[in-house]
Design a protein around this ligand. Structure first.
Ligand SMILES: [Zn+2]
Length: 344
């Protein structure tokens, strides 16, 4: 693994293409961050888009056909998305705080229906969280239900992580609660792709202790060292289990409803059943737990289908909101009945 602070993204790529399996990864400690910078404009503390340069370099010098950029910074990487929005060879996936459009970068296309345009339609995947501060369970559910299935079908030959640590617990800007163990777990999941070719590149982060702890956990996984210990300690590390936030379930259903038009692996994905399992909606007596009604509502409400993107935005700053419900209203009662019959 590359560990020096002076190693650039392009040098790291050269190295991992020379290494045998198990050593094809790198952690690039780079400042300033880059994911808000577009091809022609700097913004949000970013001057050059480091991961975009790395992706293009890998394509040009190592014949990488498909590059996956996974961005877990709490902010959306609007610069990266814009650069590859019409490019089907580079997939941009982001889990970010959205707050219904009111979280930085405001006014950029970063909702679940912003999926890419032209030949790149379907290669932008946005998981935009709103509502309660998200933590380990929500990020893991997003990975299991959306990120990894699509990533497997895309089948990249290089993975680049835009690794901001401002979704980490105790970050003053992000205000989310992701622990180092979940950053490690997400890295572990991604390392199953691209024959293990994975480059982790720093982005934002505003609490030095949170950054250090999170980056160390990622680093340990890249070095194949600590995952067993971490898995063993999982119960203590993750703290008291809580129910998945209902707004997370709603967001994941929206993402699935839109992305299944581009990724067949998501078709038939039973988010509703997943919710039953994950949130323990059924009590010991086989009845639906009355305290989780919100989750049931989130799991059964019709999903609004909308279209957007840069071209649409240029024509009309305020997006049109044509709606086409994908489910009917009696679903909620129907699901409640079925869930009770499942006797989980
Ligand atoms: Zn950030």
């Amino acid at each position: 693994m590359q560990k020096s602070s002076e190693t650039t993204g392009s040098e790291s790529i050269d190295e991992i293409y020379k290494k045998p399996a198990g050593q094809r990864n790198a952690l690039v400690i780079v400042r300033p961050p880059g994911h808000h910078a577009s091809a022609s404009k700097s913004s949000g503390f970013c001057i050059f888009n480091n991961v975009a340069v790395a992706a293009k370099y890998a394509q040009r010098h190592h014949r990488a056909k498909r590059v996956l950029i996974l961005d877990w910074d709490v902010h959306h990487g609007n610069g990266t998305q814009e650069i590859f929005y019409e490019d089907p060879s580079v997939m941009y996936m982001s889990i970010h705080r959205h707050d219904k459009g009111n979280f930085y970068p405001i006014g950029e296309p970063k909702d679940y229906f912003d999926v890419g345009e032209g030949a790149g339609e379907g290669t932008s995947v946005n998981v935009p969280f709103s509502g309660a501060p998200m933590g380990d369970l929500e990020y893991q559910m997003a990975f299991q239900r959306v990120i990894m299935p699509i990533a497997y079908q895309f089948n990249p030959d290089l993975v680049i992580i835009s690794a901001g640590f401002d979704a980490a617990i105790d970050d003053p800007l992000g205000e989310y609660k992701v622990t180092p163990e979940t950053f490690a777990w997400m890295t572990y999941q991604l390392s199953s792709l691209a024959s293990g070719r994975i480059i982790t590149v720093l982005e934002g982060g505003y609490n030095l202790t949170s950054i250090s702890n999170s980056a160390l956990a990622v680093c340990e996984v890249l070095q194949n060292r600590a995952m067993l210990r971490r898995l063993k300690d999982e119960k203590e590390q993750f703290g008291k289990p809580h129910e998945i936030h209902s707004s997370c379930i709603k967001t994941l259903r929206e993402v699935c409803a839109v992305q299944q038009n581009h990724w067949s692996i998501l078709k038939g994905f039973q988010i509703i059943i997943g919710t039953v399992m994950d949130s323990k909606l059924i009590n010991k007596n086989g009845k639906v737990n009355s305290t989780v009604k919100k989750s049931i509502k989130a799991a059964t409400e019709p999903v609004t289908q909308r279209t957007s993107g840069y071209n649409t935005r240029q024509k009309n700053r305020r997006r049109s909101a044509e709606t086409a419900p994908t489910t009917t209203t009696s679903v909620e009662e129907d699901v409640l009945k079925k869930m009770e019959n499942l006797k989980l």
